[in-house]
Design a protein around this ligand. Structure first.
Ligand code: HEC
Length: 136
């Protein structure tokens, strides 16, 4: 009898849990494709898991910011998809930063795949509000 009650309670808890996480705009194939491109073009600065530099808010001796994490722990999630794509295509040099532009190197689709790769690292608590704000 006790086991049965526990079962009923567990089912109720499952039923009233918060709604499932937002669906991602990308699938695993795009993430895999983006992973390859990211490792080739971005990992040298942003880290192979997009973890970036721990002290990304501190400038170096030349006043430049180090490569920020793109894994959801810094502020890439403040930007809509188009703006992330623009940052990657134009780089940061024009804005006084040091990131090289990738507009001539990666196609629009490749840029999106690279974004999908680092967004796949974003936990639901970071991805869901971003999705709600920019993708709906
Ligand atoms: C030479 C090092 C370097 C490489 C290579 C590089 N980045 Fe960056 N990236 C940076 C730095 C440094 C910044 C901070 C802005 C600046 O200084 O230009 C940055 C900023 C960014 C931002 C803006 C982050 C934000 O929070 O607004 C994105 C997005 C980004 N990089 C993605 C990429 C992707 C994707 C690639 C590969 C296609 C890449 N970067 C390659 C160094 C690099």
């Amino acid at each position: 009898m006790r086991g049965y009650k526990i079962l009923v309670v567990s089912i109720l808890v499952l039923l009233i849990s918060p709604a499932a996480a937002a669906e991602r705009w990308f699938n695993q194939d795009i993430v895999k494709y983006g992973n390859g491109l990211f490792q080739q073009n971005c990992a040298i600065c942003h880290g192979s898991n997009a973890e970036g530099t721990r002290d990304w808010k501190k400038t170096d001796a030349n006043g430049n910011y180090p490569p920020p994490p793109l894994d959801g722990s810094a502020h890439a999630w403040h930007h809509p998809l188009a703006q992330l794509a623009r940052s990657i295509k134009e780089g940061g040099i024009k804005l006084g930063g040091v990131m090289p532009p990738f507009g001539d190197k990666l196609s629009d689709q490749e840029v999106l795949a690279v974004i999908a790769y680092f967004q796949s690292k974003w936990p639901d608590e970071v991805y869901d509000p971003w999705h709600q704000r920019f993708m709906q």
